[in-house]
Design a protein around this ligand. Sequence first.
Ligand SMILES: Nc1nc2c(ncn2[C@@H]2O[C@H](COP(=O)(O)OP(=O)(O)OP(=O)(O)O)[C@@H](O)[C@H]2O)c(=O)[nH]1
Length: 534
Amino acid sequence: MSTHAAEAARRRTFAIISHPDAGKTTLTEKLLLFGGAIRQAGSVKSRKSAKHATSDWMTLEKERGISVTSSVMQFPYDGRIVNLLDTPGHADFSEDTYRVLTAVDSALMVIDCAKGVEERTIKLMEVCRLRDTPIMTFINKLDREGKYPIELLDEVERVLDIPCAPITWPIGMGSRLKGVVHLLTGEVHLFEPGKNLTRQDSTIYASLDDPALAQRVGAEVLNEVSEELVLVQGASHPFDRELYLAGLQTPVFFGSAVNNFGVQLLLDFFVEHAPPPKPRDASARVISPDESAFSGFVFKIQANMDPLHRDRVAFLRVCSGSYEPGGKAYHVRTGKEMRIGDALTFMASERGLAEYAYPGDVIGIHNHGTIAIADTFTAGEPLQFTGIPSFAPELFRRVRLRDPLRLKQLHKGLTQLSEEGATQFFRPLLANDLILGAIGTLQFEVVAYRLKDEYGVEATFEPAQVVTARWVKAEDGGALEEFREKAAIHLAIDATGALVYLAPTRVNLQMVQERWPKLRFEATREHAQASGTG
Ligand SMILES: Nc1nc2c(ncn2[C@@H]2O[C@H](COP(=O)(O)OP(=O)(O)OP(=O)(O)O)[C@@H](O)[C@H]2O)c(=O)[nH]1
């Protein structure tokens, strides 16, 4: 096997998904601990603490207590290279999560044992299902009273419509939590609050029948769990790797992220069974990770990732070949060779210059406004990776600038933030103001905050009489010109220079469409055609 094929085979690239507050960030941090990425062992401090928030870099996010953006973290574990892509839990940031899910080979779903399957979990599951993404489930916060474990499995099966294969099972719960039993090995791992609970630091018994265990936790609770397990084994499914890989079964783990309990059992199982990079569809053909020619696609763009560097980074998932420092790549959409020689990698808390990157890895390319989401890079072949979703804004606000002298800065800020894909801004043809479109209300708050923090611009958002945007296209240049004149009052230019109709009402849109049959009114600006060709 060639080096890069062997390297690809040991990659495990996955996203953590959950409803807000289920414990995604806490679990992420524990996983990083095992990768040696964070050296401070011990219990998680308040998420407000600066040291804690490795995966959450925005102050805003800390203030609000929700993960706003996703980030990428790489760590080695047990001979494998794990790439963990964090995702924001809040629904207003779902477009980011959806795109991250196109860049991973599997997902880890975190569920709060007291809350069970929540609304965001259902939505995220639907997205995973579109691509048959294999999913492992971690049922968290076992140190608190929650729903019965059997009930939780039933809920996952019923509501998320995916059969469960429990791999670990809790012994007690809340204040009575004694440990978990590994259903495949039979081993019992004791829950000892305050301990670090890595394998070395855990008390482990060979099986539930171990007399020493009964002595330690009492026979009663063991009898209870044995009875429960008879039920569980009757009602659930044995682990079947093929089904898991096809997205048709989810292995389930129980634990408590904040106590680092049950986490290593999950990680051990994950690196053994989660899929390595898969072949990917690229319009003309399918690209295998074993191919030696480099290819990859951009799934995320982030401005000002590091406040100290003020740079814009395009996140590229490598699909084949390898990235080497000093290399060049063919930027398919623009047809140009681009130097990507100083790409970044994301070794957990520190960003460093990439040494080499292989299929499954994510690298950060410095972007000066030429790279767009969904762009493909190759060694020269004109391919286009498919399946990266594009989102139409659903909410519109007029941007009000406090200090008119900061207009240039405002334009710059809005342009750069719009490249990230969550918001889009429009310049009306006949007015001087700006309209911002977003997918969720919180995006406006994020933009206002970031404009101030990152661009020194104070702006507020006011209601705008726009219900939806349509990108106007036409084969007939004459009709387009005429429309441009007649409908100018509702027309605007987007950040890429494309013409957009900002409809004041649905009825108006319908009438306009009927009146102009030669024009096409498209709900999204297709990624592949980005950059002013519309
Ligand atoms: N009792 C208990 N609390 C936990 C556990 N894991 C996490 N928490 C707490 O649950 C809260 C939410 O945890 P986070 O890790 O921030 O959750 P999140 O899913 O990343 O939330 P978002 O950032 O909003 O998506 C925090 O207060 C954690 O300390 C656990 O195992 N037990």
